[in-house]
Design a protein around this ligand. Sequence first.
Ligand SMILES: *Cc1c(COP(=O)(O)O)cnc(C)c1O
Length: 227
Amino acid sequence: MLYSRRVMTEAIAVALLGVRAKIAAAAAQAGRDPATVTLVAVAKTFGADAVESALAAGQRVFGENRVQEAQAKYPALKQRVPDLELHLIGPLQTNKARDAVELFDVIQTVDRPKLARELAKAIAATGRRPRLFVQVNIGDEPQKAGVAPGEVAALLAECAQLGLAVEGLMCIPPADLPPAPFFARLAELARAHGLAGLSMGMSGDYAEAVAHGATHVRVGSAIFGKR
Ligand SMILES: *Cc1c(COP(=O)(O)O)cnc(C)c1O
């Protein structure tokens, strides 16, 4: 048990070094300061021990796709490590909006007016103000979460009216197509709306996302292993 814990901690530390190096190389090649790219370590399905290992290696920003899983994993860790920053990167049901506002520092998946309204209510009720990204269904895929590219402007207007400051856009490109054109499209949308944040890129394509201007890359399996 102790042995396997040490092996896991070392494996995660080595993987993090590799991912950070690749981000730095991609940023340098694009003429960007690597410090402008935040690595969000996606720990979904892995236990708090994996998060502890990443914390020991200096990682502070984590992503989770389920509110309930995060509620089980992070409250104690957050108490002990006050600068741990937790991002929600999975779909959010309106009835979990308040729980999400209470736990997460960043909610990346605002994708519809009803959710924006529930978040505004929860923010007013709790006094907590997580940073927000709007998730865009950049490939206009029928089953996928995210607001359609053509409806981004209306959703941003609704958020502004509710007093919600949106920091950027987030996307998951279609799985079966080269991601670069979708990264470029998301970057263009963000630019058009004067938004600085761009959350795009996962284990398979984060270097490419950095080349296209990603400010946040969401990397899971390349750090923690296969799920
Ligand atoms: C799981 C997940 C990731 C990380 O995926 P990997 O391929 O393991 O890096 C990134 N973004 C979202 C929204 C996810 O659900």
